[in-house]
Design a protein around this ligand. Sequence first.
Ligand code: NI
Length: 390
Amino acid sequence: MPVVNRIADMQDEVTAWRRDFHENPELLYDVQRTAGVVADKLRAFGCDEVVEGIGQTGVVGVIKGRSNGSGKVVGMRADMDALPIDEATGLPWASRVPGKMHACGHDGHTAMLLGAAKYLSETRNFDGTAVVIFQPAEEGGGGGRAMCEDGMMERFGIGEVYGMHNMPGIPVGAFAIRHGPMMASADLFSIRIEGVGGHAARPHQCIDTTLVGAQIVTALQSVVARNVDPIHSAVVSVTSFRTGTDAFNVIPQTVELKGTVRTLDPDVRASVEKNFRRVVESTAVAYGAKVEVEYRHNYPVTVNHAAQTDFAAGIAAQVAGEDRVDLGVAPLLGAEDFSFMLNERPGAFIFLGNGDTAAVHHPAYDFNDEAIAFGCSYWARLAETAMPAS
Ligand code: NI
């Protein structure tokens, strides 16, 4: 069974919504316009309940099936936020907001879930309750965590939850998923090194924080190379190195380093943190400097649950065909805050092919509208198959 005919007929309408979101990108929790459009449409579709302001600016729509909502409750989630990037596509629907751009396709995710909500509200060909979840602040702000902390799962009685992300490099009309870890944990660190500043010509009277910082950057690479089992994956990336001076002849009093740690396993995550702290602190001590480490646990590993992964792959196969579903895609070391929802309820996260486009987070990226019918149909069939009408 290919894409849903009624959804194929909605292609132009959903594309128009997608391009409207694309022209009007908003960042993190400041998605008031997008959330307002989403809530207005959900009400216009006839959703039984539309709740705004969950997780600050998140929106939830409730669609009851034929038996008026008895039975299962299935959550389906899209993200609404854009990125602080200047768009370089030159497309007619390019961002109208300087410095903001839908460079991760969340405009497409939102439009596709809206399309499915419209279809499900019209047809109600299921026996249970479909809950459509539109979250803010996926791009580093933890909007998924905020919605969970607001009690979303309990309030709407959600039993299972599903997520989707478009993926450049996977053909349009194809899907990819895997059991277990799908996306990485993302922790953030800041390191403040304090030495003794002074004249660059008198290093013996100083404790050179630039040298200490450089040694720490180098030594940190031993954590992945020498402390992590080579069968496992981990990344330690120092992304910022700031001395307190811009001069040619000053040894800076302080240096600040920042970066991120990625892993695909909670045990590896804990072990990397422990070794990270040891390397940073003991390297600073070796050079006589003081160091403060701020190590923030941000997104957890996105772990797909076994039964729901098989179910999701089956739905994708219904929509795209068996040979267009990759059930063994390699995990990514990018992170995803749908992980917070998967930590609360069983579910699965799937990739939807975006074709041969620029990568996500690139200024030339654009969501591929040809993928809309596949993404919308996936959501519609997921609800109808998870909660079959009696
Ligand atoms: Ni994204």
